[in-house]
Write a protein that binds this ligand. Structure first.
Ligand SMILES: NC(=O)c1ccc[n+]([C@@H]2O[C@H](COP(=O)([O-])OP(=O)(O)OC[C@H]3O[C@@H](n4cnc5c(N)ncnc54)[C@H](OP(=O)(O)O)[C@@H]3O)[C@@H](O)[C@H]2O)c1
Length: 310
């Protein structure tokens, strides 16, 4: 048996490289043509029902405005009702024919069932679920005193999205709808101080990749990988004092939301925004050690020295 594996370890990469040399050019051409076709015939979301979690600020708020401009009917979910009311008013002014606000906490399964049921009972159907709500909490792993303090990151960013997808899937299937899952570049980049956030986002990416295969063409899944986007999440003092990101050009929440809605209507499977951040995937595959050093030096500023023990 060992011999078979040793043999395959040499032969399999060689054969794959050879195959890729022949397969890659027509495959990339096919992808380009399909992209152009989909760009010319995007889904028209006017009158469709879109449920957005985390719609009270940042990317979620601007997603609401972008869908509103296209005439979609909206169900907006977040914990802060006053902010949701303001976003809903602006969304109506921008062109949404009907907006429902549902104050809820996505980390609670019963809330997720309620907001999906309320949206479907009110509008009669569901076309897009935008799973966007998330929180961030930073710390070097060894500085954590209570691991359970970080449970909220997983229960909001991962389980919160899973519950929503679970309750929405039967309704989305009826309308051949879509899930737009907002992950993060932190889901594959080794950002220091982000270990719990990154783990939740990596889990989210894997979860939706598996769902995409299970759903087939019945429910589309667009996995969004935002890079640095200027929202409360990264502009808040507790983030900017911990992480040195001034060198990295970011994107506005509005620009990011426009790209997301365009990508969702086009039926993209993945969307990275800003698009050039995709290069980091390549670096991760080809020279992960380089990426480790880059993240360690640039994000922390200087390598972390060993803890004093005196
Ligand atoms: N900004 C970036 O650079 C960046 C980069 C990569 C990925 N992302 C992702 O983009 C998405 C949007 O983040 P953002 O940058 O727009 O941050 P944000 O402005 O802080 O928005 C987060 C939203 O999530 C909601 N939320 C948080 N916990 C919730 C809960 N338990 N239940 C319901 N809603 C909850 C918040 O509303 P309430 O507080 O009212 O509940 C808020 O509307 C997130 O998934 C984030 O991980 C952001």
């Amino acid at each position: 048996m060992d011999f078979i594996h040793q043999f395959l370890s040499i032969i399999f990469p060689l054969l794959t490289t050879l195959l890729l040399l022949f397969f890659l050019p027509p495959y990339l051409l096919f992808k380009l043509l399909s992209y152009i076709l989909r760009s010319f015939r995007p889904e028209n979301v006017a009158g469709k029902v879109v449920l957005i979690t985390g719609a009270s600020s940042g990317i979620g708020e601007h997603l609401a405005y972008e869908y509103a401009r296209k005439g979609a009917r909206l169900a907006l979910v977040a914990r802060r009702e006053d902010r949701l009311t303001e976003v809903a008013d602006k969304a109506r002014r921008l062109g949404s024919p009907d907006v429902l606000i549902i104050p809820a906490d996505v980390s609670k399964p019963e809330h997720c069932k309620t907001f999906v049921d309320q949206a479907v009972n009110y509008f009669g159907c569901l076309d897009h679920l935008v799973s966007n709500a998330a929180v961030i909490r930073l710390s070097m792993f060894e500085d954590v005193t209570q691991i359970s303090d970080f449970g909220g990151v997983m229960s909001t960013n991962f389980w919160g999205s899973v519950y929503g997808a679970h309750f929405a899937a039967p309704h989305l299937r009826k309308n051949r709808g879509k899930i737009i899952a907002i992950a993060s570049i932190a889901g594959f980049m080794p950002f220091p101080k982000h270990c719990f956030y990154s783990a939740a986002k990596a889990a989210l990416i894997s979860f939706y990749e598996a769902l995409r295969v299970e759903f087939g063409s019945d429910i589309g899944v667009t996995i969004v990988i935002p890079g640095l986007i200027y929202t409360d999440m990264v502009l808040q003092q507790s983030y900017s004092s911990e992480i040195q990101l001034d060198f990295l050009p970011g994107q506005s929440a509005e620009g990011c939301a426009k790209a997301i809605v365009r990508g969702a209507c086009r039926g993209d499977t993945y969307l990275t925004e800003p698009a050039w951040y995709r290069t980091f995937w390549l670096l991760k595959m080809l020279c992960p050690e380089l990426l480790d050093s880059f993240c360690r030096l640039v994000l922390i500023g200087k390598p972390r020295s060993a803890k004093k023990t005196s």
